[in-house]
Structures are given as C-alpha cells and as structure tokens.
Design a protein around this ligand. Structure first.
Ligand code: CUK
Ligand code: CUA
Ligand code: CA
Length: 649
C-alpha cells in the first residue's frame, strides 16, 4: 500500500485563498444585505410573491464540464447526494460532485434549528410518551434510499433507518421534511433498508409500494422476559412497510440475522446478507462458521401466505409474521425464503444496474460473491437442484471487502476496509475467471483511500441509469487528513472520478460522524417546492386579523402571524399556570423568507418557512416579561421583530 505517495499526489494544488473570490464574497454580502432589506421591506406592504432570482449560472454545461468539483460561485451541482447522519439521527443533503452540504433534515433526534422535537407537529411525528415528552431523543441512522419508478428514482420519498430504536423515517422530497416515523415491532438492531422497485405480480405497478427492513440482532419473540437464557430461541425479522401508509404489512421470522438489504428490479426478490448464521451471542461464535449466507425473500409468495392467513402474531403487535426459518423452507416449491451460502461474515448486498446480479462482500473473506437472480428464481420454481448453484462467481478482490457500487458499464467498485482501498472489478470477467478461464483479469484498477472505507456509492448506481461518473467513498477514519480538533476526528468523504479506465481521486471533505451510507442522484429527478401553501397546515391562521388570545379554562391558545418585520400581535398576556399553545403562521410568501420564534427561559425555539404554520404547547410556570423574538435573520429589522409574552402572577 502506498498511502504516503498517494497522499502527496493529492495535496491541494493551491493552499492560498484566491483574492478574486474574496472580493466576490464581500460584494455578495453587501448586495445581499441591502437587496434583502429592500425587497423584504417592500414585500411586507405588497406581499408580492417574487420569482426566485436566477443564480449567476453560465450557459449549461460549460463550467460544469470545466470543474464540477470546484463549482464557481452561483453554479449549481448536477447531482443531489442523500447522506445518512449517523448518531445525529438526521438525513443530510449534499450537492454533488462538489460535496457541499446544503441541508440537514432532522428525523429521529431533536434539532434546534427547525425546532424538530419542539413543535407539536414534529413531536407527533417523532412519537411522545403519555406526559407529552419525546419517546426517544437519540438515534443511529445508517442507510437511506429513495423511491423508484421505471427503474429510476422518482423524487417522491426517501427512507432512512434508525438502528438504535428500530424506527423508519420517511422524508418527503418535495419539502425535504420527515413526515412519518414508524417503529418496527418484534425487532432490535434494524439495519438494512431498501424500497422495492416495482410490484412482483402487477406489471402496471412499476414503482415503489413497499419498504423492506432487516433486523440485525436476534431476540426472544416476543421480547417480554421469556427465553432470555435460551439464545437458540432468539429470532430476527425481515419487515415490510407500506410505502404510502408507512404501516408494517408483514414480517418474516428467520434464524440467523439480517444485515444489509437489496431488492431486484423485477420486484420479485429482496435479500439480506447474514453474518450470524451461527445464531451466536458472542463475536467468537458469530465468526465460527466458514460460510454464512445471503437470504432471499420471495415477495409474491410471502404476500400470498399472509393473504391465506398462514401467519402468527406475537405479543401486542397485530403484524402478521410468516415463518421463514430454514427448517420450514427446505422445499423450493413452497419456500418463502432461500439461503445462498456466502463466505465468512459477509457485509453488504448490492443490486447491479443490469438487473441480473446481487453482489455480497466477504468482510472476513477477501472475496466478492456474485449471485445470479434468475437462478434463485429457478430454484424457487424447482428448476435448480442446489441453491448454491446461483453463485456464478466468487473471486478474490482484497482484504475486508464491504460495500459495492456500479458504473453501468459492467464494473463494480468495492471498498476494502483493511486494505484502505477501492477495487474496481468487472463482473462478467469475474464470472469467466470463476468458470476456469485463468487468463482473464477481472480486477481493473485499485486506488488508495484515506482511510478504512465503509460505504461507497456511484452516481445513479443502484438504478437502471447508473452513469459511471462519480464515486464517493465514506472513509471511517480521517486520521491526518484535516486540521486536528482533539481526539474526535471527522470522517473523510472522498470523491473519485470513474469516467475513465483509471479511478482518479479528485476531492475529499470532512463530514461529521458518521454517515455510513448515501446515494447520488441526478438533480432533475427532483422538483422541490419553493414555499408552502397555507392549506398544507390544519392550524393555519388564514386571516392575519384573526390573531390574539383565546381561553378555555386554564388552556390558552395564542394565535400569532409573522409578516416581516413584525410578529402580530406585538404582545399577549397569559396567567401563571396556564397551559399555553402558541400557533404561528408565517404570512410572508417570499422564497427563503423564514422566521423563527424563540421564547427565553421557556426552552422554545422553532422556525416557520414561508406560508408554514407550527405550534408549541407549554405551561407558563414563570411570571414576568418574556420577549418572544425572531431567531432567523429575515429583514433589516430582524432584531426588532418581537412579540412580548407577559405572564401575570
Ligand atoms: S453498515 Cu456502516 S459501513 Cu450500517 Cu451500512 Cu457498512
Ligand atoms: Cu423574522 Cu428574523
Ligand atoms: Ca458468521
């Protein structure tokens, strides 16, 4: 490994700040300030909806081709990147290939910027206890994927998992807001997630209607104190959610475990790699077998079994659970699951864009395993005598292989955690080699990355439109790559140009730990809203005259509207001990004109975007004067934008 050399070769060319860029920043700041002040001031009187001012983008393509990695000011990226946030429990949005972080969508963990976990609306999505406090305030997101139509992303939804508390969050891609969270029953360590790409039976349903979730830890079922000392009774579940309602449709109980998850383009199969087929409780047990597995789920048969009533339920959960254990699924003609053997503690299962293969990485074995999906279907049809004959290649690729991405030209890119490398290898050549042609060189290229890579993804990788332009590698360790900031290091996301024969490392960015997985999709697949509509919110205050305080016993409702630079009414009175609900509607209609509302000493701060309504409820337990103020810079008179809460003793 030649890390030092590579590191040197990839030093930034110019450490100095470009003076012309600096000048631009100053000018932009000035123009921005006066411009915003003026237009917002006007808008406050006229309430005009301003068309978004066109950014200074050059004629399409010219600069994009010149240097998309370092876009010129005002130049937009060609791709969105959706990143999971790790313990921060959020969903992050990057511009790619520049790697600029644009947005974070809070999901599982409270977020002080938008007031996620503060407003009543977000708390209802996150889930509360009987006393109104949040059920969970920590999370651990790993994987995010988006909805499909016709083999490509359709811009409706993304989903993200919370491994810690076994929750699934859905993010609407028109508003980039989490709108539903579902907690999975009978499950711990919910890890892999993947939407289906079409219906297995109805050809007209060529879009995502299900979301599949694998559970990594095996537990007693139900986990109510029984079987705690009988690990051989522990089970894992593969769960299916309805993509629209977000309700759990069914679960498949299996032995071993689920880890990552993938789905076929024909909608017929979903799969999870299994590293603990041993049902081990300690890591030594979990790595005792030479081979583990990739388990395949026959979706149409499972749904039929549920329809036929061939299921059980466990504990308080009404969710139908079908039996997917090995012993019950030995007969291919009736099997709901099929288990293909894969070398030692595999990690990652990924679907190739041609729809033909799933690829599993060996992790503790230096191999990549290629499984042909048609052969798995043949086994289910009784036309393949041995399920392991679905393995069409098993080739050495390097040490510690984890995740795989695709370029749409027949090549795959696998991270090698122990080698700190990415290996590019060709699937058809690997199959030829596996079949005995020793002259074939299936490894096309290797590149050092910095350091210990986990996830990897390429532009449009797991769609039928993989375009083979950009590869991003999530390096778990950054070590010496950034300025030191104490013992906690950033992670290092490296960007590799894969358009040519050789991989070229072109950029790297620190990221706050720890994203795990991400996808990269063409920007024109999305069409986000510019502003909300008042009708999007049941509590919206439509008429700004309709503000003020109403009282029902000690329950007080305070209706506020924001119109820059005022919050109306300018003051309101409540009594000590009142339960106060503040409803705030932002009547500004100008794109990007967000207001905040912070209430000192009451632990309240949230924002309302243009035409958005949000509410908070609290007990007025401190008498005195409390200046509710706008926390989001909005106007030349932003600092003056306040509403005084008076709590009478
Ligand atoms: S796991 Cu993190 S590097 Cu949760 Cu996707 Cu493989
Ligand atoms: Cu409104 Cu700042
Ligand atoms: Ca194992």
């Amino acid at each position: 490994m030649s890390q030092d050399k590579t590191q040197e070769a990839n030093q930034p060319q110019d450490g100095a700040i470009d003076p012309s860029r600096r000048k631009f920043l100053n000018t932009a700041a000035l123009v921005g300030l006066t411009g915003a002040g003026l237009s917002v001031g006007l808008s406050a009187c006229k309430q005009e909806s301003s068309a978004p001012s066109a950014p200074a983008v050059p004629a399409s393509g010219t600069l994009a081709k010149a240097d998309p990695i370092h876009p010129k000011p005002g130049q937009l990226d060609e791709y969105y990147g959706f990143w999971s946030g790790g313990h921060t429990g959020d969903f992050r949005v990057l511009g790619m290939p520049s790697g600029r972080e644009i947005h974070r969508v809070p999901c599982f963990v409270p977020d002080a910027l938008v007031g996620w976990g503060v407003t009543n609306e977000s708390k209802a999505i996150m889930g509360t206890k009987a006393d109104g406090s949040l059920q969970f305030t920590v999370g651990d997101t790993h994987h995010t994927h988006a909805s499909y139509k016709d083999g490509n992303y359709d811009g409706r939804y993304a989903w993200i998992n919370d491994k810690l508390n076994s929750r699934v969050a859905r993010i609407r891609l028109d508003t980039f807001v989490c709108d539903k969270i579902t907690k999975l029953p009978n499950v711990q360590g919910f890890h892999g997630i993947f939407p289906d790409k079409r219906d297995p039976v109805d050809a007209a349903i060529n879009y995502t209607t299900r979301v599949f979730c694998g559970s990594e830890f095996h537990i007693p079922v139900p986990n109510d104190g029984r079987d705690i000392d009988s690990p051989e009774q522990y089970r894992a579940m593969f769960s299916c959610l309805d993509a629209e309602t977000m309700e759990v449709r069914w679960q498949v109980m299996i032995d071993g475990n689920c880890d990552l998850c993938a789905t076929s383009f024909d909608g017929k199969l979903a799969a999870c790699n299994q590293y603990n087929t041993e049902n081990g409780v300690h890591y030594e047990d979990m790595m005792s077998a030479e081979r583990d597995a990739c388990i395949f789920f026959n979706i149409a048969r499972i749904e039929q079994a549920v329809k036929d009533g061939s299921y059980s339920t466990f504990g308080d959960s009404p969710v139908p659970v079908v039996d997917g254990t090995r012993a019950s699924n030995a007969d291919p003609k009736t099997a709901l699951t099929a288990t293909v053997s894969v070398p030692k503690n595999p990690h990652g299962v990924n679907a190739s864009p041609d729809g033909k293969y799933f690829i599993c990485s060996g992790k503790l074995s230096p191999t990549g395993t290629v499984i042909e999906l048609q052969k798995v279907l043949d086994w289910f049809d009784g036309n393949l005598d041995d399920i392991d004959k679905a393995i069409v290649a098993e080739v050495e690729i390097g040490l510690g292989p984890l995740h795989t991405a695709f370029d749409g030209r027949g090549n795959t890119y696998t991270t090698l955690f122990l080698d700190s490398q990415v290996v590019k290898w060709n699937v058809e050549d690997a199959i030829r080699f596996h079949n005995g042609d020793n002259t074939v060189q299936y490894v096309r290229d290797r590149i050092d990355v910095h350091y210990q890579p986990g996830h990897i993804n390429a532009s449009q990788s797991e769609t039928m439109f993989a375009d083979g332009k950009w590869l991003t590698v999530g390096c778990k360790f950054s070590k010496d790559r950034f300025l030191p900031v104490g013992p906690l290091h950033a992670e290092n996301e490296q960007i590799i140009d894969i358009s040519g024969d050789k991989m070229v490392l072109v950029a790297e960015h620190p990221v706050r730990p720890e994203p795990h997985d991400f996808i990269i999709l063409k920007r024109d697949l999305l069409n986000p809203k510019k502003i909300y509509a008042l009708d999007d919110f049941p509590l919206a205050i439509h008429d700004p005259k309709n503000v003020g305080v109403t009282r029902d016993g000690n329950k007080v409702t305070v209706r506020l509207v924001s119109i820059a630079p005022a919050i109306e009414p300018r003051e309101f009175r409540v009594k000590l001990g009142d339960e106060v609900t503040i409803i705030l509607t932002n009547h500004d209609r100008i794109e990007d004109l967000t207001h905040g509302f912070g209430l000192p000493d009451y632990n309240i701060n949230f924002i309302v975007n243009p035409q958005e309504t949000a509410s908070v409820t609290f007990v007025a337990d401190k008498p005195g004067v409390f200046w509710g103020y706008c926390t989001h810079f909005c106007h030349a008179l932003h600092l003056e934008m306040r509403s005084r809460m008076i709590v009478e003793a």
